[in-house]
Write a protein that binds this ligand. Structure first.
Ligand SMILES: [Zn+2]
Length: 660
């Protein structure tokens, strides 16, 4: 999924923006930070937590969360918090830093992109003007009472100008598209805006006879549809009761002839700035809440989103009159791993849920389903029984698979119709087989039991059908990374360098070097690293090459900020560890890092001897048999005392350094 334009952005520009952005100041705009050693620490904005595990390092220009693993630089932070693409994040931070981005104009692709952006800007401009106009007519228009009545009917009238309902109406840019034919047209004209652009976004329609345009949305309650940057990209407008003729007369208007039956909702057509499949109604307003509670609630209607938002349930979105698409699932997945469908329990609601399953699968969005009493919508439930009732409903949400199975077992054919019943079993087995989450598939036995209990078919046949299909599904959906994980754990042979203790020491060594890569410039440090094995040895080698290259280029001073460039060269088993350590260095003083390195080097050597001991003992046994015991023992003692001497010496030197 890509936003924006295929713009060629000059790497120099990107670096300039990065340099001009203080990551601590940037993060502090959204997160409260406190100094903690070399880093700043606060509550993670990307997952819900009570004790801070989110670190920001000014020196490294990076952030890292030890809770959820989110990690990155200033651009990544803006991408995540604002839901922007990389290019958009660069632009946003350039604006913030007061820098102008020059896209290379000699590049025809970039020039075209710049022109396209200008054309799009005209579309955003008319939409923005229309949103303001509709909001104003809701407050001022002589015929606004039908719109007010609709809001009253849904208990969405503010009692104070700053209460939650007023906030919600403002957040969703609720307005009134006025009665008549040319309210918006004349407003846009007098504002000097381009009616061609208004036509392109479907706000106005060209007259068939004569010249000029008329309003597309007339006498409707309007919701603005915002993209993830808060720009108005479309409108979704609900029909209203006809105005009172007396009121019309007072406004000097005549009733429109032949109104005919009108659809309840009219939405903007697709345009260069609005793709239905990719737009989630309410996600802009809900995104911070979605991230905080780590789940989004998907409802069917605009009013459900607005109503729940006004009543304090703010992680709610809607698919805007389409089936839930993979693109929409992907949008939500950027903010949370889980989605709960809160749909009407009627047939249409059930079918909508079933259809959304594939979209969620493909976007790797974990889906749950909360069912409302048939014929009830969420807003109505919240109004009648309070938001707590909706929350209870959400808490009772079941996994998508479980929900679909239960639904498949509703309204069963009569027992006599064995063929129809078996078809149901197969349908359930198919559901299980197509489940991609292995943990959920593993629960299939429980489902099988339920199926058996409900259907009363011979257990053997049911299980056979189920397990056959489940096995098939399990084979089909195995992930390539399963294999990877297994290889990694197999490599950690017990007793090898991967033994837990050695591994911890090796990581401590790598950590100290990531905190102070300049230590790699010291000969004695480097010689002390010979005992490292496997992945850590490979990582340290990459780190040395990185450091040497920086020293050769004469920019050792900036190496710390560029450190994450070395990550792709590290073995995958160390990525998570190194990523965290680069963003959040732990050792506060260079001397401490050096002392730790020596100490851990010694511990590693001692461990190596311990590991070798069984081999040495075996050797001794053999020597015993050949009468060479004395010699063997001496070798062992020599090795151990040399080791001890070396360790003593290192400790003494460390102490001396400490005194200096
Ligand atoms: Zn986190």
């Amino acid at each position: 999924m890509r936003y924006g334009f295929p713009v060629v952005m000059d790497p120099g520009t990107i670096e300039r923006v990065r340099e001009r952005t203080d990551i601590v100041a940037l993060v502090r705009e959204t997160v409260k930070l406190a100094a903690a050693g070399r880093t700043w620490k606060g509550l993670c904005p990307f997952h819900h937590e009570k004790t801070p595990s989110f670190h920001v390092s000014a020196e490294r220009g990076r952030f890292h969360c030890f809770g959820c693993g989110e990690d990155g630089d200033v651009f990544r932070f803006v991408q995540l918090t604002e839901g922007l693409s990389f290019v958009e994040a660069v632009r946003r931070l350039a604006d913030r830093a007061g820098l102008t981005i020059t896209e290379s104009t000699y590049d025809p692709q970039a020039r075209d992109a710049a022109e396209a952006r200008q054309r799009k800007q005209a579309l955003y401009d008319v939409n923005a003007a229309a949103a303001v106009y509709f909001e104003r007519t809701l407050r001022e228009h002589p015929l606004r009472s039908a719109a007010q009545a609709e809001l009253e009917r849904r208990a969405l009238v503010p009692t104070e100008p700053t209460d939650a309902i007023a906030d919600a109406l403002q957040a969703f840019r609720v307005g009134y598209a006025p009665y008549g034919w040319d309210g918006l047209v004349s407003h846009l004209q007098s504002a000097g805006l381009d009616l061609g652009a208004a036509e392109a976004v479907g706000l106005v329609v060209r007259r068939k006879s004569g010249t000029g345009y008329f309003d597309q949305f007339r006498h409707r309650l309007s919701f603005a549809v915002l993209d993830l940057q808060g720009r108005v990209v479309a409108f979704s407008c609900r029909s209203l009761a006809d105005p009172d003729p007396a009121e019309l007369a007072r406004g000097g208007l005549v009733p429109a002839t032949n109104p005919g039956p009108t659809p309840k909702y009219v939405n903007s057509p697709e345009s260069p700035i609005y793709k239905k499949r990719e737009t989630v109604f309410g996600l802009f307003q809900a995104r911070q809440h979605v991230r905080q509670v780590e789940q989004a609630v998907v409802v069917e209607g605009n009013f459900d989103v607005l109503g729940l938002h006004a009543r304090g349930i703010r992680n709610v979105v809607a698919p805007l009159g389409t089936a839930f698409t993979e693109e929409q699932a992907t949008q939500i997945r950027r903010f949370a791993p889980t989605v709960i469908f809160l749909f009407d329990g009627d047939r249409a609601g059930r079918e909508a849920v079933a259809k959304s399953r594939d979209a969620c699968h493909r976007a790797e969005l974990h889906a749950k389903v909360a069912t409302l009493p048939e014929g009830t919508d969420p807003d109505e439930l919240a109004r009648r029984e309070g938001p707590e009732a909706v929350k209870r409903c959400l808490l009772a949400a079941r996994g998508m698979l479980e929900h679909l199975i239960a639904t498949a077992l509703d309204d069963l054919p009569p027992p006599a119709d064995a063929a129809a019943r078996l078809a149901r079993v197969e349908a359930v087995a198919e559901l299980i087989a197509t489940e991609r989450d292995p943990a959920i598939r593993a629960l299939a036995d429980a489902f099988a039991d339920e199926v058996v209990a409900r259907l009363g078919i011979s257990q053997a046949r049911t299980f056979e059908a189920l397990s056959r299909m489940v096995r098939r599904g399990a084979r089909a959906t195995r992930r390539p990374d399963d294999r990877l994980n297994r290889t990694t754990s197999a490599q950690r042979a017990p007793g090898g360098a991967g033994a837990p203790e050695a591994q911890a020491i090796e990581r401590a060594i790598l950590g100290a070097l990531l905190d102070y890569p300049e230590l790699l410039g010291r000969g004695e440090v480097v010689t002390g690293l010979h005992e490292l094995e496997g992945d850590v040895a490979a990582a340290v080698a990459s780190l040395r090459r990185f450091w040497d290259a920086h020293v050769l280029r004469g920019d050792a001073a900036t190496a710390g900020r560029a450190l994450s460039e070395v990550l792709p060269k590290f073995p995958p088993s160390l990525h998570a560890f190194a990523t965290a350590r680069i963003a959040a260095p732990m050792i506060e003083r260079l001397e401490d890092a050096e002392a730790q390195l020596h100490e851990n080097g010694e511990r590693l050597r001692t461990l190596a001897v311990t590991r070798q001991r069984p081999a040495v003992v075996a050797e001794l046994r053999r020597s015993e048999a050949t009468g060479d015991l004395a010699q063997g023992l001496e070798t062992l003692h020599r090795r151990q005392s040399a080791l001890k001497e070396r360790a003593d010496e290192l400790r003494r030197r460390a102490r001396e350094r400490g005194r200096r």
